[in-house]
Design a protein around this ligand. Sequence first.
Ligand SMILES: Nc1ncnc2c1ncn2[C@@H]1O[C@H](COP(=O)(O)OP(=O)(O)O)[C@@H](O)[C@H]1O
Ligand SMILES: [Mg+2]
Length: 155
Amino acid sequence: MNRTFVAIKPDGVKRGLIGNIIRRIEHKGYKIVGLKMLQPTLEIAEQHYAEHKGKPFYQSLINYITSGPIVAMVVEGKNVIEGMRHMMGSTVPNDAQVGTIRADFAQTKECNTIHGSDCCESAEREINIYFKPEELCEGWKTMMEYVWESMPEES
Ligand SMILES: Nc1ncnc2c1ncn2[C@@H]1O[C@H](COP(=O)(O)OP(=O)(O)O)[C@@H](O)[C@H]1O
Ligand SMILES: [Mg+2]
């Protein structure tokens, strides 16, 4: 199993989309092993988006992500990094496939409702920004894990 960092961004929280987004993640069969609502500080926002420092949208991105609470999650599942990115849709909501979170809930490139790590290294880095190891609830099994265990490995 892989894990990834997911965040419902301030626009998603303010518009009451927490339940809808968590429902999609759970219905996919992914396991949420870390979950908290927090108001990102400037320091956290700068760490999270360090790769974008210097870009024209950087300052407004920092303002946006610190503009209200977010819901931060650690999500586990088979190929979950790619899977969550697929469920989120493209960065620009109008390029995202209909049915994805960004296509369904967002209108602008900036306020695009959800964040998900883009690779293993980003996932580990981002999880460590938002969660201490003892805040993760690992070691329990979802029904999907029982299903996966009973199926042959994919080639
Ligand atoms: N050109 C842009 N103008 C405004 N905001 C942007 C722009 N590009 C990216 N962003 C914001 O910065 C976030 C991080 O960008 P990026 O890592 O490229 O996308 P993603 O979130 O899909 O991984 C985006 O989700 C979006 O909120
Ligand atoms: Mg990114």
